[in-house]
Design a protein around this ligand. Structure first.
Ligand code: UDP
Ligand code: MG
Length: 312
């Protein structure tokens, strides 16, 4: 299979990245011109409060292969990417962060691997440039995705990816406020692999993600794309039923054998606490899914475009 002539759409979600945008664009243009493939760069401005959109507009004026999409407000990185994926015009999509943590010079490495016949290639960082807590949090998110989706490559998932634009057919109708691009790509293919790439310190400013936001994201993926928590609730219910039967046998057995039962209040109080706790826990999980269905039924969009610009 020869894909060496496949054209490229490079997607960059932009949030508070005005400082790195110029350098990123210059380096991207240099790299993409060197690949000698037709290409476009799409910047998706995710409601940045800074001058990012003005910078993007400026670049669109200067270079015909750069396009800009301005979202109505901040929807989140994956929502912005989904928007970009749906607007892409070329055969292969490359996504990378705007903060220069993924060096554009590594794009040919991803493309080389893709040409070997894979559908998705992740640029897995050789060495993480993040704080310990932040690193732990991302690792947990990866494990959760792995457990929830049954995908084995979750450890290599990163925001630096190359994949075939065709894969978007798998989620053309996807419409929900929470999006995970990696989960969506997983709907379309299992031919996924990773290559080692450089991961640099952030160019400037600080990460738009806090550890808290990352955990929220993790919980969202779990309840949004899998039924794992529901199964967990069933299992807890099942185990407590066994435990309850055990307790019953113990109490009745004691009465029959020794002639007296267990002392009343402390025993009852602890049993009630355990069982009502488990019930509330299960109810909470069911409620979470109900809330998700409710949100889905509201049909809130993944993103809304304010403006789309192209070279005049
Ligand atoms: N980003 C975005 N919307 C957000 C947060 C981030 O589009 O609400 C973009 C941001 O511009 C960058 C990428 O997502 O291109 C990664 O963001 P960040 O560097 O803050 O995250 P980290 O590198 O810590 O995962
Ligand atoms: Mg970053």
């Amino acid at each position: 299979m020869s894909n060496s002539a496949s054209s490229l759409s490079v997607l960059v979600p932009v949030y508070r990245c005005e400082a790195s945008l110029n350098q990123l664009t210059e380096r991207l243009l240099a790299v993409l011109q060197a690949t000698q493939r037709p290409f476009e760069i799409i910047f998706i401005n995710d409601g940045s409060p800074d001058q990012s959109w003005a910078t993007i507009q400026n670049w669109v004026q200067r270079e015909s292969r750069i396009r800009g999409i301005n979202l109505l407000r901040n929807f989140g990185q994956h929502n912005a990417l989904l928007c970009g994926i749906r607007h892409a015009r070329h055969d292969v999509i490359v996504t990378l962060d705007a903060d220069l943590q993924n060096p554009p010079e590594d794009i040919p490495i991803l493309l080389g691997k893709l040409d070997e016949g894979h559908d998705v290639v992740y640029g897995a960082p050789r060495r993480q440039q993040q704080g310990v807590l932040r690193y732990l949090a991302s690792q947990i998110v990866r494990l959760v995705v792995q457990a929830a989706m049954g995908i084995t490559y979750a450890g290599d998932i990163s925001a630096f990816r190359a994949f075939r634009t065709q894969l978007r057919e798998a989620f053309t109708d996807y419409r929900a406020p929470t999006v995970s691009i990696d989960v969506l790509l997983n709907w379309g293919t299992t031919r996924v692999c990773a290559v080692a790439v450089q991961h640099n310190p952030r160019f400037s400013g600080r990460s738009g993600y806090s550890v808290r936001r990352l955990f929220a994201h993790c919980f969202n993926i779990l309840t949004g794309f899998s039924t794992l928590p529901l199964r967990l609730a069933s299992w807890i219910g099942f185990c407590l039923t066994i435990f309850g039967i055990g307790v019953l046998i113990y109490v009745v057995g004691r009465y029959l054998l020794l002639g007296y039962s267990v002392p009343g209040f402390p025993f009852l109080a602890s049993i009630i606490t355990i069982f009502s706790g488990a019930q509330l826990f299960a109810l909470g999980i069911i409620g979470e899914y109900l809330a998700r269905m409710h949100l889905r039924l509201m049909d809130r969009p993944s993103y809304v475009v304010r403006q789309e610009i192209e070279h005049p």
